[in-house]
Design a protein around this ligand. Structure first.
Ligand code: GLN
Length: 484
């Protein structure tokens, strides 16, 4: 059951071979056994999960249940879930009980899915290693000395270690794709605006996008069907016709044109990751695809542009955490200003403070034109590169991350080297495009490698098709870490 696909679990539930309560208990038991070593979950609430499972069993008994009914899904702790502690990985919200559901949570509830618990993450989703969480580091189930990636590292570790059948993540600069790559799972960041951000705690609103993290592309398609859709409560939610993201999974790939950005296969890419990506490309050629070299000349600017724009938006979004209405408040203070200062000094960790400082600086009157405005102009050029590249190809493929999972502590004192682990993912967010990571084997140290598929706007169904056909021909996505 641990390795079963969502479709298989759905079949077992519909055929009464297993109940949602039994399924949920199986995973709760596994969490109780393995979470102490992995720290993938911040909050588990057996009573709440089992109550949902009982309701799902009642729904299943009517025979009118959808494909996710009764399936337990872990939720990144960035999504507000009514009555659940929702911390965003921060001391600032360590005691915050959300009074309402995020759109994503609401959609899963409506589908009859069970919330299995809230997963660990970098504080306010700022990080690439899950080491900035107030609730402690998450360990990579393939090697407990390695990071799982971030910021959705708890969800990634939970899926990889089979503590849950699937999970949600969010991706502002790579936080679904990079941890998926580092833990050997599949994750997709949809086109900006496809999944509502309502109730998802904001980091950088023009970049943030939620998506599924699961064992396979087929599972991701099923999850995205539930997560996506127009929501008037998010002004950037796109009003489009509802899609079935699984509709093209079984299309053959003959004639598919894969663009290989020359900048992604250059200096900085480690040899073992390059080798695994090359082998994946060889598999695609066997499946009838052709490859063509493309260029993304401005992609080298993506990391610096992102580290102006994302902190700028974060500094504004995080202004709401002031100790007045909810979350942490310093226990002792003098006047109101002193209360703000002490609350924010004590409530935020070092990385969050660094971002707020950078953001306030680039938005200040003296530097706005030189940094913020300039970065916005470059953002447009970065997006234009992709538009040009997609004139020559159907999808782009490259590495997801430059190396396999690094060691815990290896980069935590060097923010710039940490920032560079998102070098291949960040441009995709700046352009608003969809991107996904697919497991492609293991590197020299036995840690997983993922390759990235980037599609044109709204081509999620095509990307999932491209990933699914590869997963029919290979078994990397079925590998499971042993001996945790
Ligand atoms: N690692 C990047 C950062 O620290 C991206 C994080 C994300 O996608 N949420 O900002």
């Amino acid at each position: 059951m641990l390795n079963a696909s969502l479709k298989q679990l759905s079949g077992l539930l519909a055929g009464k071979k297993v109940s949602s309560v039994e399924l949920t208990q199986t995973f709760l038991k596994r969490i109780a056994e393995l979470n102490p070593a992995l720290n993938a979950f911040i909050t588990v609430d057996e009573d709440k999960s089992l109550a949902q499972a009982r309701a799902a069993d009642a729904l299943l008994a009517t025979g009118n249940a959808g494909p996710l009914a009764g399936i337990a899904i872990a939720q990144k702790d960035i999504f507000c879930a009514d009555g659940w502690r929702t911390t965003c990985g921060s001391k600032m919200l360590h005691n915050f009980i959300a009074p309402y559901d995020a759109h994503v949570i609401e959609q899963f509830n409506r589908a009859g899915a069970v919330n299995l618990g809230k997963t660990n993450m970098d504080e306010f989703a700022m990080g690439s290693s899950n080491e900035t969480s107030y609730f402690g580091k998450v360990k990579n189930p393939w090697d407990l000395n390695a990071v799982p990636g971030g910021s959705s590292g708890g969800s990634a570790a939970a899926v990889a270690a089979r503590l849950c059948p699937a999970a949600t993540g969010t991706d502002t600069g790579g936080s679904i794709r990079q941890p998926a790559a580092l833990t050997g799972i599949t994750g997709i960041k949809p086109t900006y605006g496809v999944v509502s951000r309502y109730g998802m705690i904001a980091f950088a609103s023009s970049l943030d996008q939620a998506g599924p993290m699961a064992k396979s592309a087929e599972d991701c398609a099923l999850l995205l069907n539930t997560m996506a859709g127009f929501d008037p409560r998010d002004s950037t939610s796109l009003e489009r016709e509802k899609e079935d993201y699984a509709r093209d999974l079984n299309q053959p790939l003959a004639g598919l044109k894969i663009g290989l950005p020359k900048e992604f296969f250059a200096e900085g890419l480690s040899a073992d990751v390059a080798k695994a990506v090359e082998e994946a490309l060889a598999e695609y050629r066997k499946l009838g695809a052709q490859t063509v070299e493309v260029s993304l000349p401005n992609s080298k600017l993506a990391v610096p542009v992102y580290y102006v724009l994302a902190p700028a938006e974060a500094s504004s979004n995080l202004a709401r955490f002031d100790g007045v209405r909810y979350g942490y408040r310093a226990p002792e203070y003098g006047d109101l200003v002193d209360m703000y200062q002490k609350t924010r000094a004590q409530g935020f960790g070092a990385e969050v403070k660094r971002r707020i400082m950078i953001g306030s600086y680039v938005l200040s009157a003296g530097y706005y034109d030189a940094y913020y405005l300039k970065a916005q102009k470059l953002r447009r050029l970065i997006a234009q590169d992709f538009t040009d590249a997609f004139k020559q190809c159907d999808v782009i493929i490259g590495p997801t991350a430059p190396t396999t999972a690094f060691n815990l502590g290896e980069k935590s004192d060097d923010p710039v080297s940490m920032y560079l682990s998102d070098i291949y993912t960040i441009a995709v967010n700046l352009a608003g495009l969809p991107g996904m990571s697919v497991p492609a084997g293991f590197g020299a140290n036995g840690r997983p490698v993922g390759f990235q598929v980037i599609g044109n706007y709204f081509s999620e169904a095509k990307m999932l098709n491209v990933a699914h056909q590869y997963q029919l021909a290979t078994d990397w996505h079925t590998r499971m870490p042993q001996g945790i």
